[in-house]
Design a protein around this ligand. Structure first.
Ligand code: CA2
Length: 150
């Protein structure tokens, strides 16, 4: 059976494509979802793509993924920089995790340069806009292939 990858998007990412294209690009979240689903099909993976503005909903989805998914790709938006609750959920499920950011958070404001999510992540992709999600799918396929061999 195909492995399921949960692709989670945090607060305000539903606004993509409507404002701040110089920071976040001009693609909408629907555009990114379509690219991720096409990539998943190429890789023989199942993509479960979601967005929420609510921290508790993201925490619940991560908890459920412990039983239903084989990996998580996460752009936690601003919760990246604040949420111990999301970090705890990620550490509790212990799934392969790739952190994604549209922008290069390390050349932005100081408060964006700290990520709680990173403590649970196998790796991070930042600064490539929506393409970062596609790169993350490739990286996830590599992680899953390695864990099958090990
Ligand atoms: O670069 C990223 O992907 C971020 O996770 C995006 C978050 C930001 O808080 C993080 O520091 C970095 C914000 C997403 C908000 O997206 C918007 C898109 C259009 C208009 C307004 C916000």
């Amino acid at each position: 059976m195909a492995s399921t990858i949960l692709i989670l998007n945090g607060p305000n990412l539903n606004l993509l494509g409507t404002r701040e294209p110089e920071v976040y690009g001009s693609e909408t979240l629907d555009d990114i979802q379509a690219k991720v689903e096409a990539k998943a099909a190429d890789l023989g993976l199942e993509a479960d793509f979601r967005q929420s503005n609510a921290e508790h909903e993201l925490v619940e989805w991560i908890q459920v993924a412990g039983d239903t998914a084989q990996g998580i790709i996460l752009n936690a938006g601003a919760f990246t920089h604040t949420s111990v609750a999301i970090l705890d959920a990620l550490q509790a499920v212990g799934l392969p995790l790739i952190e994604v950011h549209l922008s290069n958070i390390f050349r932005r404001e100081h408060f964006r340069q700290r990520s709680y999510v990173s403590r649970a992540a196998d790796g991070m992709i930042a600064g490539f806009g929506g393409d970062g999600y596609v790169l993350a799918m490739d990286a996830m396929a590599g992680l899953l292939a390695k864990s099958v061999k090990a």
